[in-house]
Write a protein that binds this ligand. Sequence first.
Ligand code: IMP
Length: 426
Amino acid sequence: MNNISVVGAQWGDEGKGKVVDLLTGFADVVVRFSGGANAGHTLVVAGQQVIVHLLPSGVIHREKTCVLGDGMVIDLSGLLEEMPQLEPLNLRPTPESLKISARAHLVLPYHRELDRLRESGRRAIGTTLRGIGPAYEDRAARRGCRVCDLLHPDRLRERLRCALEVANLRIQALGGQTMAFDPLEATLVAQAEQLRPFIVDTSLYLQRAMRANKRMLFEGAQGILLDIDHGTYPYVTSSTTLAGGACGGAGVGPHALGDVIGVTKAYVTRVGEGPFPSEAPEPEAEALRKAGHEFGATTGRPRRCGWLDLPALRYAARVAGMRYLALTKLDVLANFDRPTVCVAYQLDGQRIDSLPPDAEDLAKVEPVLQEVEGFGGDLRGVSDFQGLPAGARDFVAMIERETDLEVCLLSVGPQRDQTILRRAFR
Ligand code: IMP
């Protein structure tokens, strides 16, 4: 069994989409296990750009099966918009190629409204406004509506009625517009009809697939530093982003995860609020943003930009149990004469080399920055490691030394073939 788990090693937007797309070549089934439409994967197929939010990046491989796992929160309207977008590429999912977990929870319009209302208040954290937090809250409060409810209109009616009652009270308290039950139910019933053939017990499907020697790729969403427990709480998403989250979020045992690959950019970005020790001041941040086209795939927001943060990367590697790193956007860093790296933090006069548990402490740390040798030039045509400038190879060696991980893949441009694969995952 050679399964692979791919997770973001930073605050999301590390380029997981491209890495998963490449590694899907070595897998039969691609499984998402957490989050929802807050994710945004920009994929490039035959020169055409496709952005998916709910579907796994593996969807652009016709012969692979994609799974939306138990731990996800699924917005049916978004999913039904996303599926036809793949039609012109002849990649529209079928019930054979896409399995939706009956156990996953639904993101409903009132979740999005609650997200919006909260984010317009004093305690905003800069969410994606996709209703993710409120949907996970309903899950934890045991009043959520699940995909399996779509198969039983009477059960759906009952659950929706209870959940909407609570949601409307909260909406009212926040000064928003309450929602009517009937149109909501009618929309869900119509959506259920369209999606019924795709709904299965995905954990059972995965067990059977593994018994038939099919190889799995577990595709993480967001990044480790946005994990509900291990991220920069409270500036985090509401689900697990760890590789281990795939056990609960896909209904598989820990042995199924295989090798864990963390994806990291050669620098760091973050969208939304929260501490970011290696954030670069303007105009440096603007230069990174421009060179790396750092605008959110889901929200279009300009991303905050800064230098590679080794303490944060070491921490992410630890809590996610990474074995390998995929290093993306190395070509972007090549635009800088003296790239900078954060090698440690200073907190209250002490040097530390890991993330403190409290985001308020993290907000106080001073980054210890070190300039490294530039590796200018256009890396986009380089197809093997030895062909990289010495400075770029040194940069990779430093990351390997500092994290104790092997950099197995380097991305030097947005296209599939602008990649240096140093290890074959067979
Ligand atoms: P939520 O997941 O929409 O509740 O947002 C919570 C935090 O996670 C915010 O700071 C978002 O910007 C961030 N976030 C959520 N999903 C992603 C993602 O896919 N990439 C980057 N940041 C994300």
